[in-house]
Ligand binder design. Structure first.
Ligand code: UD1
Length: 385
């Protein structure tokens, strides 16, 4: 069976790595038909920090095909990916196109493969925020409805798909590949020197600090919304310093809206002056990010994957959105949905930091055990016979 795996943006690399490792492991077993695989990098993310450092740390092989599509409007980016990916499909004639997550690369390649009669396997299927103003929600719905094999990470995803009329026999609940990567890499991550470099670990002891990531258009493209979030976080930073690896889009908007006052910018070391305790740094590598996140007292984010990672790391997470496609992190994990209202962010952060809002029943969501990729590859192997 020939599989073409697609990755385009930062969170995709983390999900693809365990799948490639599982394929390699499967192929090592004797007396079994082998998988042949190709890796496509669409080039949606191209900066060193958002792409190359992830390939290196996750020990991903160099892509067989690099499409180099770069940034652009949704239509421009999606169409460029489709045009280039179609050429790769003609050349490689795969049996299965494997797409992960919900980025533009996921949807673009799923559409191409589906129209060429190539079976589409979607990893992380069925997640729904029920908010169609998010580009990712559109990508999820379209990808799921043209996929032949839908691999889900939580039970509510199965329910969503069934409600939308997807036949049960296409849906496989396998667990969470992002957690496969976390489990494999957390020890390595905790050995990095990032906390020392940021001056957050002295004489072997970690300081108490917060961790912030922010990149959703709904949070960073409006000066009033972004200004409100920044003012709440500045307030919180008088209590604990906050490490803030800024996504290129967010860094651009902060400069454009003149919101950088009171935020320190440092490549390596943070000048922890009392008025500049939000420490903005370039995007962190995968291992550095895991290391900082696992040692943080509190995380503020609008990312999807970080809601899941903090649940496994048992670090309180304030999600700066009004909805989440990952409700299991609210019911079983450490996640609190706080939206982007500054007063609410401040109130809940203060309660969490005083230890007043610790969740009683934190459980590891079912099948988030580091073995999701193996389940997926075994199911695919079953389809080949
Ligand atoms: C994309 C995904 C989002 C995911 C995020 C993870 C979609 C619709 N969005 O959002 O779901 O959570 O990746 O990081 O697919 N840029 C750079 N360097 C890069 C890539 C982007 O500077 O390597 C800048 C460009 O100015 C670009 C902007 O970031 O216009 C946005 O990049 P894009 O890939 O379109 O979306 P993300 O916001 O990164």
């Amino acid at each position: 069976m020939k599989i073409i795996l697609v990755a385009g943006a930062r969170p995709n690399f983390v999900k693809i790595a365990p799948l490639i490792q599982a394929i390699k492991k499967y192929n090592r077993k004797k007396r079994r038909p082998k998988f042949k695989y190709f890796l496509v990098h669409t080039g949606q993310h191209y900066d060193y920090e958002l792409s190359h450092s992830f390939f290196r740390q996750l020990r991903l092989p160099d892509p067989d095909f690099y499409l180099g599509v770069g940034s652009g409007s949704h239509a421009v980016q999606t169409s460029k990916i489709m045009i280039e990916f179609e050429k790769v499909c003609f050349k490689t004639k795969p049996d299965i196109a494997m797409v992960v997550g919900d980025v533009n690369s996921t949807m673009a390649c799923a559409i191409v493969a589906s129209k060429l009669g190539i079976r589409v396997a979607h990893i992380e299927a069925g997640l729904r925020s029920f908010d169609r103003s998010m580009p990712e929600e559109i990508n999820r719905i379209i990808t799921d409805h043209i996929s032949d094999l839908l691999f889900t990470s939580c039970k509510d995803a199965n329910e969503n798909l069934i409600k939308e009329g997807i036949p049960k026999d296409k849906i496989h609940f396998v667990g969470n590949v992002m957690i496969d990567s976390l489990k494999k890499n957390i020890r390595l991550a905790q050995r990095t020197k990032i906390l020392e470099r940021l001056d957050l670990k002295k004489n072997g002891r970690n300081s108490r600090f917060g961790y912030l990531t922010l990149h959703r258009p709904s949070n960073v493209d409006d000066p009033v919304v972004l200004g409100g979030i920044v003012s709440a976080l500045k307030d919180i930073s008088s209590q604990i310093p906050i490490v803030f690896p800024a996504h290129p889009r967010t860094a651009k908007q902060l400069r454009k809206f003149a919101l950088l006052k009171g935020i320190s910018y440092s490549r390596v070391k943070a000048p922890l002056d009392e008025t500049q305790r939000i420490i903005m740094v370039p995007p962190l590598s995968y291992l550095d990010s895991l290391s900082v996140m696992s040692a943080a007292a509190i995380v503020f984010t609008d990312s999807g994957g970080i809601q899941e990672e903090t649940t496994i790391l048992r670090v309180p997470c304030l999600t700066l959105r009004n909805n989440t496609e990952r409700p299991v992190t609210l019911t079983e994990g450490t996640n609190f949905l706080v939206g982007n209202n500054p007063d609410k962010i401040l109130r809940i952060a203060r309660t969490v930091l005083c230890g007043g809002k610790a969740k009683k029943k934190i459980r590891r969501p079912t099948l988030w055990d580091g073995k999701a990729a193996h389940r997926i590859i075994n199911i695919l192997a079953g389809c080949a016979h």
